[in-house]
Write a protein that binds this ligand. Structure first.
Ligand code: KG4
Ligand code: ZN
Length: 356
């Protein structure tokens, strides 16, 4: 029986979790900073570090309490070491180091992207290897091949914006606030996905790379030529007054013409993601597809992935494990514990850490 405390603080969520044997979540606590960053339309790094400092001690304590675990009873303490905002990473990593030093429980450093992949394995139990893993969040859009024993090979990545960033930028432009993915997801089904045709420039080089900045610019051009100032201002005002408006409130301020822009936008992002996933088995002998990261919450993506007739099973984490959390960090640390792959106390937070 191995119990691992996971700590995650790479972006705007302070999270801690205790997971047993890489598969049983005994507790998972996530303190979101949405209210802090929402009004700025994106994550403000300095504010994020400050909020992590405030939250880290109570969040870790609550995760231990809910799990009925004590520090001394842990087999390892795992923390995200990168990639992410360096000031944010430092808070979780430094706290993990100090807990490890004080208790004598070994420290394990986890790559945040590997954590997202383990969120799926944690819930699904066994997945078929080799697997394709599509990690799509606010910071990353990566397609990996994952081999038995967690060997990673990068097949493609975004050359500009991440998929979640495209959602966030379009939502901000249209007055829906931050984070944009969840709002667009809720209103897009009310529009016609074929009303606007977005075309993607053909990618030179690696056909499995992604690019979302052209799509974002196309939306911007559309907005500039359609006289939308009044509705955008009305939605901004709604978001100022309510941190989390209902879908009915959003729809009341969003004319059909705008819904007919958002539905094709979401459709285009989903299409770009799934065509890469569907094309890549030719380059691998993949037997399953894992989709994870915040954008994996997207209902249009989930429906399309299941309807795409892919030649292998597709796995998504439940929404709570798709966005940033610490259960995925504790789960990713479990195979490292088995290998006794412990981190030294002088390990540094690495903002640009890669997985493969
Ligand atoms: O994994 P995550 O919590 O943090 C990062 O590591 O970036 O992902 C957050 C991102 C944000 O860009 C957010 O807009 C997006 O995930 N997101 C969604 C949805 N829920 C969250 N995007 C599309 N549809 C959703 N339902
Ligand atoms: Zn993430």
């Amino acid at each position: 029986m191995a119990r691992i405390l996971g700590i995650e603080s790479s972006c705007d969520e302070t999270a801690a979790s205790v997971v047993e044997n890489g598969e049983t979540v005994l507790s998972s606590v996530v303190a979101s900073q949405m209210d802090t960053h929402g009004k700025y339309g994106g994550v403000v790094p300095e504010l994020a570090s400050r909020e992590h400092l405030r939250a880290i001690v109570p969040v870790v304590r609550e995760a231990l309490d809910r799990a009925g675990a004590s520090l001394a009873g842990l087999d390892a303490i795992a923390a995200t070491v990168g990639p992410g905002l360096v000031g944010s990473l430092l808070v979780g990593l430094t706290y993990a180091k100090s807990l490890s030093f004080a208790s004598g429980v070994p420290l394990i450093a986890v790559n945040h992207i590997e954590g997202h992949i383990h969120a799926v394995i944690l819930e699904a139990g066994a997945v078929e290897f080799p697997a394709l893993a599509l990690v799509v969040s606010g910071g990353h859009t990566h397609l990996f091949e994952v081999r038995e024993g967690f060997q990673y090979r990068l097949l493609g990545k975004t050359r500009d914006d991440a998929a979640g960033e495209a959602f966030d930028k379009v939502a901000k432009l249209l007055g829906f606030g931050y984070p944009g993915g969840p709002v667009i997801d809720r209103v897009a089904p009310f529009g016609n996905p074929r009303a606007v045709k977005f075309t993607f420039a053909k990618m030179k080089g690696n056909a499995l790379d992604f690019s979302f900045s052209g799509l974002k610019t196309a939306v911007l051009r559309w907005v500039q030529t359609h006289d939308m100032d009044a509705e955008i201002e009305a939605r901004r005002a709604l978001r100022r007054d309510h941190p989390n408006p209902t879908v009915e409130e959003w729809l009341a301020l969003t004319p059909p013409r705008t819904l007919d822009l958002l539905a094709p936008f979401q459709h285009a992002v989903v299409h770009a993601l799934l065509t890469r996933a569907a094309a890549s088995p030719d380059q691998t002998d993949a037997r399953s597809l894992i989709v994870s990261g915040g954008v994996a919450c997207n209902s249009g993506l989930r429906q399309a992935a299941h309807a795409a007739g892919l030649p292998y099973p597709v796995y998504f984490p439940t929404p709570g494990l798709s966005t940033d959390n610490a259960a995925m960090i504790a789960a990713a640390a479990f195979p490292k514990l088995a290998r006794r792959d412990f981190a030294p106390y002088d390990i540094l937070a690495q903002a640009n850490l890669t997985l493969a």
